[in-house]
Design a protein around this ligand. Sequence first.
Ligand SMILES: [Fe+2]
Ligand SMILES: [Fe+2]
Length: 246
Amino acid sequence: MSMLERAEAAERAMIEELDRTVVKSAIYVSGDRDPRVSLTRPDNGKLVMMGPDPRLSPMPERPTLLDFFEHRFGRGNINHLMQSARLAQKNGVAEKLVLACLLHDIAIAGFIRGDHGYWAAQLLEPYVDEEVAWAIRYHQALRFFPDESVGYSYPQMYVKLFGADYQPDEYIRRDYEYARNHKWYMSARLICINDLYAFDPTVQVQLEEFTDVVGRHFRQPKEGLGWDSGPSAHMWRTMIMPTKYL
Ligand SMILES: [Fe+2]
Ligand SMILES: [Fe+2]
């Protein structure tokens, strides 16, 4: 068996132990598999997963933003977000943009990695100030382009990650040009500036430090995030129940 076949067999065995059948969404496994080959439901006589997955940490009935930090976001990603937000605070960044720093990579932390700035902006738009969502959307493009006048150089880490000859995609370049001439340019740039030095495993930050910032600048829906009727509620629900069949 190849490594992929072995991994799939182990996963099948684990899924067999569940009371309900899980069929993964195409996007979760695209690349490992050819998405043109349909993922089929095994004929095992079981019902399919139509609610919370028992393998996951249970979410409260009416989840808040901070519940997603606790139950659905990667610990390392959360550290990075909190360190960025704390650095922004230390640098005297306006409070709503401290929130932007705290949330800028939530798509990486719990949703989809590629184009994470766009995904995070869409997740957050209904609940935050327009400028906060805008800044998060465009940090995606700005981080590839230096602005020495405000002390932002191309991250050395990117050379290591993408190679010295990496060129951003055309749509990133286009969105950078647009953002550079926008009145909120510096808001998105501030995310990049406070992002850059935020990878320090020795710095310990507690989420409670930001409870007030979140309380003042995030409009928590009373039904619970995901159970409201906002335009991105379904995306939060997908994080709550990522293996729901339909
Ligand atoms: Fe980012
Ligand atoms: Fe980041």
